[in-house]
Design a protein around this ligand. Structure first.
Ligand code: C5P
Length: 398
């Protein structure tokens, strides 16, 4: 897990959204991060230090001049220790203080002293958010390299409707991961395909392949964290949209082909994790076929092999394919690598427990053009995505 052992200092300031940050701490700790919470005096009016202490498993610090705390985890020690400093919720007040160079309590002193990236997740009343002074402060801080996660629009605790709600926990977690990731793919444009395709028989029935889209989404997310500009072309999945990733929704193989060929030109790396349906019905009925008229034999035609077609336009691009097999894994995978003109192919035996469809883990072998086979142990799709990117990074260098 990418957050395992990472040191996060989390500043909590005095807004009603402070209660939502309890969940953020829980998620970060669950992912293995070491979280140290620092609260302002006003934050303690909304939620108690004990809540954060219990959830983080670490003492919560609140005072700048607390003799015991200062000797154990002083403000400079916390500032130095942080790999990333997150402030959530960030009030208009803390944003103003940081922008004005004020360091009059523990949190603002840490902000002033740290060399770590600082991520602010503002939450406030919509009029406070829109106030030009607040916006100027944010702009000034952005120019100085501070990172922001904009609040979301919706119903606010103060009774107003508008922009000002604290960003959702997964959004904040994702931005923390971005800040903690190396940027070895910056400047690269990566095209990823994911999910199944659906081939309509009539308006309500279709042929498809088993695929949750999890592997492709994990690859897109990891590539974006590492600095790439990512386009994700996906068939229908139940997965949530990914921030800062260009998403192109398709249904059929024909639509996926069109989208891939359109975006291939500008991509430097192509990763095809989609489980494209091999066949489509030769005819699509315009209306739902009545049960009594349903054919017992369907005439099918083969879908185009998108990756093989893209492989013909490979040039200097790096191309990675996937192969899901149930027998003779290696033999058929070598053939695929050749036929589709790939640099790497990631093969899994989908009959193994913990590998393949729907699950969050995978067990794969990675084959390359030099004839090497690398066997990887059971790992999460998130970790595997990073591993595949590591292999691509090596190809980029050679
Ligand atoms: O030949 P097979 O479908 O097993 O190959 C799997 C690989 O080829 C995957 O990377 C998949 O995304 C891609 N593919 C494709 N177009 C198809 C079928 C598979 O791009 N019609």
């Amino acid at each position: 897990m990418m957050l395992k052992g990472r040191k996060i200092v989390l500043g909590v300031t005095g807004g009603i959204a402070a209660y939502k940050v309890a969940e953020l701490v829980r998620e970060l700790v669950k992912a293995g991060a070491e979280v140290q919470v620092v609260m302002t005096r006003n934050a303690q009016a909304f939620i108690t230090p004990l809540t954060f202490q219990t959830l983080s498993g670490n003492p919560v610090t609140t005072e700048l001049f607390n003799l015991i705390a200062e000797s154990e985890i002083g403000h400079i020690a916390l500032a130095d220790r942080a790999e990333v400093l997150v402030i959530a919720p960030a009030t208009a007040n803390i944003i103003g203080k940081i922008a004005g160079g004020i360091a009059d309590d523990l949190l603002t002193t840490i902000v002033m002293a740290t060399k770590a990236p600082v991520l602010l997740a503002p939450a406030m009343n919509v009029h406070m958010w829109e106030n030009p002074i607040c916006q100027e402060n944010i702009q000034k801080l952005r120019q100085r390299g501070y990172h922001f996660i904009d609040p979301e629009a919706g119903e606010l605790a103060c009774g107003y409707e508008g922009k000002g709600r604290l960003a959702e926990t997964p959004t904040i977690v994702e931005e923390i991961c971005v800040l903690l990731s190396p940027k070895d793919f910056s400047g690269e444009k990566i095209l990823v395909t994911a999910g199944p395709t659906e081939e309509l028989i009539d308006p309500v029935r279709f042929l498809s392949n088993r695929s949750s889209g999890k592997m492709g989404f994990a690859l897109a997310r990891a590539a974006r964290r590492r600095g790439a500009e990512v386009t994700l072309i996906s068939g229908p999945t139940a997965l949530a949209a990914l921030p800062q990733i260009k998403y192109i929704a398709v249904r059929s193989a024909a639509q996926m082909r069109e989208a891939v060929l359109k975006h291939l030109e500008s991509a430097s790396i192509l990763i095809m994790a989609a489980a494209v349906s091999d066949y489509r019905p030769k005819q699509k009925a315009p209306e739902k076929i009545k049960k009594s008229k349903l054919p017992t034999v369907l005439e099918l035609e083969l879908n185009p092999d998108i990756l093989a077609e893209a492989g013909k336009k490979k040039n200097s691009r790096i191309m990675v394919g996937f192969a899901a097999e149930t027998e003779n894994l290696l033999q058929s995978t070598w053939q695929k690598l050749e036929k589709k003109n790939l640099d790497l192919i990631v093969a899994n035996d989908v009959t193994l427990p913990g590998a393949g469809f729907e699950v969050d883990t995978n067990i794969v072998k990675i084959l390359d053009r030099s004839g090497k086979v690398e066997e990887l142990p059971l790992m999460t799709k998130e970790d595997l995505a990073d591993y595949i990117l590591d292999r691509i990074a090596l190809l980029k260098k050679s």
